[in-house]
Design a protein around this ligand. Structure first.
Ligand SMILES: Cc1ncc(COP(=O)(O)O)c(C=O)c1O
Length: 444
């Protein structure tokens, strides 16, 4: 039965939430004027509040949901798993879902990434990869390699290690004294290309800058970490695959690991299962999280090579990778991931997504042609554009107007994006675009 709340009950509930829950990525004082959105249930692409008002989840609930809320197939797998094993520690123990998931990912990932190490959230995968990379070099007699390199405007999470390779001032500044200061190199974001320069030429120019940086600093650098094809938190900055192709060659030349953070872009988001496939490369590490469980449960995975695994394999305990989290490889989360992979295989999701993307690009023509829309772009199942001459506090107004129009839109500055669950229908795509157009008209 659906829970309905009266207006009073609704506001009582919000007051309880505000007093007890400290929300992420939020200046809590803003909620004095901007109410929280209470969600009672989800179904498919829609989220419902306690009054039955619905919101189309255009951002897949922070980029995690692939096959809709309360997906019956993932629900069934979890119900089955609940009757078997909810959790067991992964140190000294193993279980069916974690073994099957590791085997299946090994089959799917670029060849050679045969070892899966488990964490929980995306940031923990970043931490693991950074530690593993530096420890690899230490075990190989290069203890000086303790620095990391990332792209300008990079985002790899917000724990202290992950923040050290995250180039977002708003998230970093307060913690500057606590984090290692690592360098960045120019982002190949094609919006920064010179007039007349193609995205590919710009990517190659940035790759040359990477080469120059590593030539000078490689002795101190353990790894270069990138978000392949799309820098999500940079405002869905998209770039040409040739940058990744070059980065692989350059990192190999200078003895620097390449970490592909596919936390947001993996699991089919860019049109291929892994974004790295489009550059035809094998990184030293692939990081997965978010969509891996279909958006159900926190799980992250660091996939790496036999060469890296072997560097830790020894008689001395201290040469091993002594990193752990209590919920590492949680059976429920792994089972949700297996159900997610089943859906990919059974429904030929990547092919269907290509058709859906072509449809959305067609219906989005009026948006692309809007006089205040700039840089309309698409990669796989991600669309983004900037709004010129925006209303003051555009992101906030756009979010609020979105809710009025049944859309969960969450712009980053003046960048509006769609990153919907893959189950979005043609009708829902039309609705999403038409209502976004109305909102842009009102705010410009
Ligand atoms: C590319 C990338 N890496 C890492 C993270 C951090 O993941 P989490 O928020 O699960 O810690 C994110 C989250 O948005 C991300 O987009």
């Amino acid at each position: 039965m659906m829970l309905r709340m009266s207006a009073n009950a609704n506001s009582d509930f919000l007051a309880r939430s505000i007093s007890a829950v400290w929300h992420p990525c939020t200046q809590m004082k803003r909620h004095e004027t901007l109410p929280l959105v209470p969600i009672s249930r989800g179904e498919g692409i829609w989220l419902y509040d306690f009054d039955g008002k619905r919101y189309l989840d255009t951002v897949s609930s922070w980029w995690v949901n692939l096959f809709g809320h309360c997906n019956p197939r993932i629900n069934a797998a979890l119900t089955d798993q609940l009757g078997k094993l909810e959790h067991v520690m992964l140190a000294g123990f193993t279980h069916e879902p974690v073994v099957s998931l590791s085997e299946r990912l090994r089959e799917l990932a670029p060849a050679g990434l045969g070892h899966c190490f488990y964490g929980s959230d995306g940031a923990s995968a970043t931490e693991i990869a950074l530690k593993m990379s530096a420890h690899y070099w230490r075990n190989n007699g290069k203890p000086k390699k303790t620095q990391f390199l990332s792209l300008q405007n990079s985002y790899h999470g917000e724990t202290l290690g992950a923040l050290s390779v995250t180039d977002v001032a708003l998230f970093r500044d307060a913690y500057g004294a606590l984090i290692q200061q690592n360098a960045t190199v120019a982002s190949p974001d094609w919006r920064d290309a010179a007039n007349g320069e193609s995205p590919e030429d710009y990517a190659l120019r940035c790759a040359a800058a990477l080469d120059a940086h590593l030539q000078q600093h490689h002795e101190d650098i353990a790894a270069f970490i990138i978000e392949p094809l799309i820098q999500g938190a940079a405002g869905m900055a998209m770039y040409h695959a040739s940058y990744i192709h070059q980065a692989r060659k350059i990192c190999s030349r200078y003895g620097v690991h390449l970490i592909a953070d596919e936390i947001a872009v993996g699991m089919g988001r860019t049109g291929t299962m892994f974004a790295c496939e489009q550059a035809n490369i094998v990184p030293d590490f692939i990081l997965l999280s978010k969509g891996i469980t279909g958006g159900y449960l926190p799980l992250s995975i660091v996939m790496t090579t036999d060469e890296i695994y072997r560097a830790f394999y020894a008689d001395e305990t201290a040469r091993g990778f002594l990193h752990s989290h209590s919920y590492t490889g949680n059976p429920l989360a792994c089972r949700a991931a297996l159900a997610t992979l089943d859906i990919f295989a059974q429904d030929d999701v990547l092919t269907t997504n290509r058709r859906k993307a072509a449809f959305l690009n067609r219906v989005a023509q009026p948006l692309r042609a809007h006089p205040n829309v700039r840089n309309f772009r698409n990669t796989g199942m991600v669309w983004a554009f900037e709004v010129a001459e925006p209303h003051a506090d555009f992101a906030q107004h756009c979010f609020s107007l979105g809710l009025e129009h049944e859309l969960l839109l969450r712009p980053m500055g003046n960048t509006v994006y769609f990153m919907p669950p893959y189950i979005i229908t043609e009708e829902e795509m039309e609705l999403m675009v038409a209502r976004t157009l109305t909102i842009i008209d009102k705010l410009t």
